[in-house]
Every structure is written in C-alpha cells, then in structure tokens.
Design a protein around this ligand. Structure first.
Ligand code: SF4
Ligand code: SF4
Length: 484
C-alpha cells in the first residue's frame, strides 16, 4: 500500500491545471484546538477498522488518519515557510528550482485538493472514529471545521449537496417543499382521524414545552407517524405544549454538517424565535434537530431553555412516576441508536428505559449497540453526496438487525427511519421499521392509530357497499312486485 505522503505527492504539478487555479485553504481560521488535534493523530489506524463508510468503500483516502495526513500536506504546501518563498514574486525562478530540488517541495494541485474534498465529504459524521481514537481527537467537529474551510475556499460542498443548501435557503427546508406545506401533515392527519385536534400553536397557547418537529417529520409522508404519534403522546399525557406551525424553520443541521457558514444566520434566527417564546423546554423527536439545537446552537447564541429529545423528556416523566404504560405492546424489536442521540450526546439509557418499561415489548440488542452502534449512513450529507454508499451502509445495519431474530427495527429519529428504510427496501427485508413514538403511543392509547384508522375506513367502506347492495335488492324487489 502506498503511504499518504507518496500518494499525494505522486501527482506532479505538471500533470494538473494551472497553479493560479489553486485557491488558498484558509487554515488560519482553524482554532488552536483543531491544530493540536491534527498534530495529535498517531496514525495508529484504529479508526480504519471501525469507520462504517470505509466498511462499504475501502478507499484509504476516506479513513480519518489519511484525511488528517492529506489536509496537513495541503496546509503545509500552502502555508509553510517554503510555500511563502515559492509564492513570492520577488524570488527568482532559478532559486525556486533549487528549493524544489533541495527540499523536495511541491506545490499542491487542484486535483489533490479536489480528491481530498471528495474524501472529506465521504463521511456521515457518525462519530465512531472519535469513540475509538486513542488520541481522543474530536473528529466530528474537526471534519465539520475542515468542511467550513473547504467551503470558504470555494471547494465544497459536493455538487449533489448544493441542492440541499439552495432548498434550505429558499424554502427553509431541505426537501424543496413550499413553506406553506409544513403543516399539511396535521390537517391531513386530523381529516384521517389520526389525531383528535391539530397541535396548538405555541404563540397562542403560551405552553411551556415547545415541540419542534423538524423538516423530515413534517414533509416526508413516509415518516409522518413520528409527528402524529408524538402529538398523540403529549395529548394523552396532557402536557402543556405547543408548536410553531407554519413558523417552524429548518434547524440548519444540514448546513452545519456540510460546512456552510449560512448555518449561523439560521441558528441565530431560530435562537431569537425560541428565546422569545418564554418556554422552559424544547423537545424534538428528531435526533438530528435535537443534537444541533442542544449542542451546536449554544456556540452561536445563548438559549434560555433546556433542550431534550422527546424520549429523554418522557423518560424523565417515567422516573418521576408521571408516566405509566397501561397497555401491552406485544412485539419483538431491536434498537438502532441514532448517532446524534447516542454517540453525540450520550443518550443511550432513555430509549432503553422506555422500551424496557412497556409491557409486552421485548428488546433484543444488536452486537453493535450504544457507542458502537453501526451508522445507517443518513447523516452528514452522505446520503445526498454518496447515495449508493448510504444504501450499502443501511443494508449492513438491516442485516445486523435481522440476525437478532427481531421482527421490528426501532429507532428514534426520522432521518434514521428514512435511512434504514432504504436498506430494508434494497434487501426486500421482512423487518418492519418503527419509530419509538409508535410503541409509546400504542401503550398509552391501547391501540395503534394507523391500524385503527385503517380498520375504521374498511368498516365504513363495507357498510357503504352493504347499503348500496341492500338498496339495489330493495329496488329489485319493488320491480319484481310491480311486475307481479
Ligand atoms: S465520523 Fe464516522 S463515517 Fe466519518 S470518518 Fe469517522 S467513523 Fe468514518
Ligand atoms: S484512531 Fe485517532 S490517532 Fe489513530 S489514526 Fe485514527 S485519528 Fe489518528
């Protein structure tokens, strides 16, 4: 195998575009912690055996240690002492030739940077490398900071990811849906008898708990169960909550993860909106929104409320005796820890406490669980940048779930729900994807609202058909009677 140094240096400047095309990566924007971390990598390669993306696409360039080596190579070539001499217009070309020969100095090329950028984005920011790294490098934040440098130099994000950016900026959601469509799901759910009332707008209800749905649960009809079940749970528990309705905007996670500086504007707008509500707690059933608001927003502005994932909020009620599960949910499931709830924030116990408290529900753990949970590939912009790799990662995780013998694969994130469903469909697997809110709602209500609505609709249809039939029979009888 070639070493990173060999690989990155074997593209000579002569083989590439003009040197003037190479833009400067603004390494001076990196804080001291990140610079130390770049230096701290011992090249031990532990990350190689754990990275779920490398597991599906074994290219050395995407392994964390190689990203570190390649970035340093670029940074030194652009910023070191030799780089300054080589870039100076006051230094004669003949002297530069001597420097090149003496110190084996080579300018970094456009191709090398583009290759590094492609590798940097082939990562779901799952945080597994951070868990196993003996040097304790804060890799997720490192990758995100490097992506920011790359974007500011005009090299990122990747072409397919640009549509997400444009959509968030134009529509306040990454799914290219009009703003007016954000609350369509609740109107539809009310009409279909899946919820009793549409959720109250917090601006009117002045509730103490803000339920933040997030874009995926609001717009994707395939994961509408997350929003519907969460509303039914809060209603059943008589929680003093409210929602933003049409005024809810994307949390900005997608921009942050792809390195787009525009995330700060969105964060600040949301912080100002949330702080002005007078809430005590913000809850979200989306692990991505939760992590972003809880961990990343405070880097931009102060929050005057606490932030919890819905399962953490409910686990707290459970511990206080304010939540009990009256009805059994007789299922066998296995649990997928979302990276942004588990590894990122340590939220391992709350979902397990809830599942173990629901009567009838049997949880079988997968071998890779908690901090070693295998990523489904949906996050970090990987799904839009490298959909085939995401698909393979999801299939890998679904196979692991199948091997437990469980009939259902449960998580607590609409993004994981979407991501794992890709793997289930590709494998034509019999395992059924679930969001934990479905089990909680079913135990509280004593039935599954979707099954109940389907049964009601089928019963109505049958009644109508019977009425039509009996009407026709009566008509026939009358006709026969008049003939006679
Ligand atoms: S964050 Fe996850 S996907 Fe990215 S390099 Fe680390 S282990 Fe691989
Ligand atoms: S595990 Fe950490 S120290 Fe070891 S090669 Fe990977 S990033 Fe470097």
């Amino acid at each position: 195998m070639t070493t990173a140094e060999e690989k990155i240096s074997d593209v000579s400047p002569e083989k590439t575009d003009s040197k003037q095309d190479v833009r400067q990566i603004p390494i001076h924007n990196l804080d001291i912690k990140r610079l130390i971390e770049l230096d701290a990598c011992t090249r031990c390669g532990e990350c190689l055996s754990w990275c779920p993306v490398y597991d599906q696409d074994s290219k050395e360039g995407i392994v964390p240690r190689r990203k570190v080596i390649d970035f340093l190579k670029i940074a030194r070539a652009q910023n070191g002492f030799l780089a300054k001499i080589m870039k100076s217009e006051n230094v004669r070309e003949s002297f530069k030739k001597v420097i090149r020969a003496l110190f084996c100095y080579q300018e970094v090329t456009e191709e090398q940077i583009k290759e590094f950028v492609a590798n940097l984005y082939e990562c779901s920011t799952c945080g597994q490398c951070e868990v196993v790294c003996p040097a304790h490098i804060d890799t997720v934040n490192l990758w995100e900071d490097l992506r920011r440098l790359i974007v500011s130099a005009g090299y990122g994000p990747l072409e397919p990811q640009k549509a997400l950016r444009k959509s968030v900026i134009t529509f306040d959601n990454p799914w290219q849906q009009p703003r007016s469509g954000r609350t369509k799901w609740s109107r539809r759910a009310k009409k279909d008898n899946l919820i009793i009332e549409e959720p109250r707008e917090i601006i009117k209800s002045k509730g103490k708990v803000l339920l933040f749905f997030g874009c995926t649960a609001s717009y994707d009809a395939n994961v509408k169960q997350v929003a519907i079940n969460t509303v039914n749970i809060l209603e059943a528990l008589n929680i003093d909550y409210g929602v933003l309705g049409k005024d809810e905007k994307c949390c900005g996670s997608v921009l942050l993860r792809m390195g787009d500086p525009e995330h700060k504007r969105l964060f600040q707008e949301n912080i100002d909106q949330f702080n002005g509500l007078g809430i005590e707690t913000l809850i979200s059933s989306c692990a991505g929104c939760f992590k972003t608001i809880m961990q990343d927003y405070p880097k931009v502005g102060k929050l005057n409320f606490e932030v919890l994932h819905t399962v953490e909020y409910l686990a707290r009620l459970l511990k206080k005796g304010k939540l009990t599960f009256p009805h059994p949910v007789n299922r066998i499931c296995t649990y997928h820890d979302p990276c942004h709830l588990g590894r990122a924030t340590g939220g391992f116990d709350a979902p397990r406490l809830i599942m173990n408290s629901i009567p009838g529900l049997k949880l079988i753990e997968m071998p890779r669980n908690k901090e070693y949970s295998r990523c489904c590939g949906a996050g970090g912009g990987l799904k839009s940048g490298y959909p085939d790799i995401q698909n393979k990662m999801a299939q890998r995780r679904v196979k692991e779930a199948e091997e437990t013998g469980a009939k259902e694969l449960v998580s607590c994130c609409p993004f994981c729900y979407q991501g794992l469903q890709v793997g289930i469909s590709s494998l034509a697997s019999d395992i059924v994807i679930k969001d934990m809110s479905a089990y909680i709602a079913e135990s509280l209500l004593g039935y599954d609202v979707f099954e109940r609505a389907d049964e009601d609709a089928a019963a109505k249809k049958k009644k109508k058909e019977e009425a039509q039939l009996s009407g026709e029979d009566e008509k026939k009888f009358k006709e026969a009677d008049s003939d006679g």
